[in-house]
Design a protein around this ligand. Structure first.
Ligand SMILES: Nc1ncnc2c1ncn2[C@@H]1O[C@H](COP(=O)(O)OP(=O)(O)O)[C@@H](O)[C@H]1O
Ligand SMILES: [Mg+2]
Length: 389
């Protein structure tokens, strides 16, 4: 695992649990922006079985990619690192040419991760697949500061939460892999298929500490060193902050994770348009709010040599969530206070993510209701405060 705050190279996996939330869109455009800021950047398509990052980069998929690397002995990792039309930007294609790479072996996955970790560049962005498959989890855990993309719709938010919970659990499993008893204990929890049986993280840590006093601190440290960030995509109105705050609250309370927020993006049909034009969104939609919002995220990364620690420039912005909300509230103001309209997201089927219990859902919704009024006031005040000084 790369600890980004200590390493010059920032390895940033981009996950989300749910499909269609904008992971690939974010990866491609963030990559182009970081490269434009002079940062040597690699974007890698790790959505094996569903590779489409090339379309967001406005490229045709004709080059060797991860599918070839995994299935052909004579294809080295160096050979699948492709140049792009952009200076400073390289692209690792997925498995469009040779599919079936979704079922890769553990050793192949490890060698892939090692190669990605070794890249001597400033940023490596990994576009991950949906779900909580072991592949996706291990790619996500290649770094301590992955990005979770979510839309403000509750299935997507719940999937983000479920993903984070799974990721932490997996990281505990990896960290205690050499301790037979703890491994067995974690395996038992994992295999328990009784509905709503998954214990809370605090209960799991309690369980781990029963195998030896020092293990509690060890487990807590495993969780603490994870510094995930949220990017909220396809926002249409400020009311939608509420569910995002609910997610933050839930992650903090149930998973003891301090979830950061890198930024929020409006819903904008220009994103679809750019796909139809086969050009990167950031070029087609140069004048849109979303372009400016993406640019803010890129700037935060560029200006944070010790990312995930962020130099929040203004003292009153006490945390990254607050800053992101101030930014987007300003955008809504500039948009005339009108909700964003446009074509709706395709409604996907609602499935409960793995490891989520009904009580999680209930507390998320309750948190949402309680916060809605409070939040409106806060945001109003924040926006006013900003205008005032
Ligand atoms: N901010 C946005 N506004 C409108 N549509 C968007 C936005 N971001 C992504 N999309 C659209 O949503 C769909 C899914 O995006 P994609 O990046 O492929 O998701 P994922 O990689 O998470 O599956 C695409 O059709 C894309 O054009
Ligand atoms: Mg994708």
């Amino acid at each position: 695992m790369i600890f980004c705050e200590q390493d010059r190279r920032k390895l940033i996996p981009i996950a989300g649990g749910k499909g269609g939330v904008g992971k690939s869109m974010l990866t491609a455009n963030l990559g182009i922006l970081l490269a434009a800021y002079g940062k040597r950047t690699v974007v890698a398509d790790l959505d094996l079985g569903g590779s489409n990052l090339h379309t967001y980069l406005g490229m045709k998929n004709t080059k060797l990619g991860i599918g070839n690397y995994l299935s052909q002995k004579d294809v080295s990792f160096e050979r699948i690192l492709q140049e792009t039309d952009y200076p400073n930007l390289w692209f690792v294609p997925g498995d469009v040419l040779v599919s079936g790479a979704a079922g890769i072996m553990v050793s192949q996955r490890r060698s892939l991760i090692r190669n990605l970790e070794k890249l001597d560049v400033d940023f490596v962005l990994l576009d991950l697949g949906s779900g909580t498959h072991q592949n996706v989890m291990d790619f996500f855990l290649a770094s301590n500061c992955g990005i979770l993309v979510t839309s403000p719709q509750s299935p997507s938010v719940l999937n983000a939460y479920g993903f984070l919970k799974n990721a932490i659990f997996r990281e505990l499993q990896r960290s205690f892999g050499n301790n037979k008893k703890i491994s067995e204990y974690l395996k038992r929890i994992q295999n328990d298929s009784t509905p709503n049986s998954t214990p809370k993280l605090t209960e799991i840590i309690q369980g781990i500490s029963r195998f030896g006093k020092s293990h509690r601190a060890e487990a807590e440290e495993v969780v603490q060193r994870m510094k995930p960030f949220l990017v909220v995509n396809m926002l249409r109105s400020p009311e939608e902050f509420t569910i995002i705050n609910g997610l933050r609250e839930l992650a903090n309370r149930n998973l003891t994770v301090q979830l950061g927020c890198l930024g929020m993006l409006f819903h904008d049909d220009t994103v679809m348009q750019s796909l139809r034009d086969q050009k990167p969104f950031i070029e087609v939609g140069r004048e849109t709010f979303v372009a400016a919002q993406l640019n803010r995220i890129a700037q935060k990364l560029v200006q944070s040599p010790r990312f995930p620690s962020m130099p929040l420039s203004l003292e009153e912005y006490s945390d990254s969530f607050e800053l992101a909300q101030i930014e987007i509230a300003g955008d809504f103001e500039n948009h005339g206070g009108e909700p964003i309209t446009g074509t709706s997201e395709r409604g996907g089927s609602i499935t409960m993510p793995e490891g989520i219990r009904d009580s999680d859902l209930v507390s998320l919704i309750t948190a949402q209701k309680q916060e809605i009024e409070e939040l409106k006031t806060t945001i109003r005040n924040l926006t006013l405060g900003r205008q005032g000084g």
